[in-house]
Design a protein around this ligand. Structure first.
Ligand SMILES: [Zn+2]
Ligand SMILES: [Zn+2]
Length: 186
């Protein structure tokens, strides 16, 4: 298994600082890849990631796997948890790797790399074999479905539309909008 310290320079360049989240993220990702028998040194074509946080750890996953949001091989579940599930799209084998929360460096820890080096993976990570119910429309590849929202007219891809009073609409028009119109720009 690769040494997580080999990736610290790249993590620093991408994320901007080395924090416990980066270090734990590197370790979670290397663990997940090794469970699936995947080599972190080569680009992963059959890997899909389910990331449960949008904090520091998520960047470590991008650093090692090269998988970014737009590649459709990453789904974000913002559960606020330090955990990532690794799915082999070829075999549907999946493992969820999470961080045990009982070990924490003090706020004044001068050397986080040395601190986390003291712990073996088994002491800080929990592994579960899991089944992921990946919907066909969430698999990588060409869009399986594209409809125009019957209210705003904008295109909705990948089955993200919903039925509202029998009409296919986007989630914003169905009442899930995170924004509201503040008038036109002119
Ligand atoms: Zn960070
Ligand atoms: Zn709409």
């Amino acid at each position: 298994m690769s040494d997580w310290k080999e990736y610290l320079d790249r993590a620093l360049a991408y994320h901007g600082h080395i924090c416990s989240g980066q270090i734990l993220g590197l370790r979670v990702v290397l663990k997940g890849l090794s469970l699936l028998g995947m080599d972190p040194k080569v680009p992963q074509r059959d890997l899909m990631l389910f990331i449960e946080t949008n904090r520091c750890m998520a960047d470590a996953a991008f650093v090692i796997t090269g998988i970014t949001l737009g590649r459709r091989r990453l789904l974000m579940y913002n559960f606020g948890k330090a955990a990532i599930t690794f799915l082999d799209l070829n075999t549907d084998t999946a493992f969820r790797v999470s961080v045990n929360s009982h070990i924490r460096p003090s706020k004044t820890e001068p050397d986080l790399v040395a601190f986390w080096s003291r712990y073996l993976d088994d002491e800080i990570l929990t592994v579960q074999k899991v089944t992921v119910n990946l919907k066909p429309e969430d698999r990588p590849g060409r869009p399986q479905r594209r409809i125009a929202c019957s209210i705003c007219g904008e295109d909705v891809l990948d089955g993200r539309d919903v039925l509202l009073n029998g009409r296919e609409v986007c989630r914003s028009c169905a009442g899930e909008a995170y924004y509201r119109s503040a008038g036109t720009t002119e």
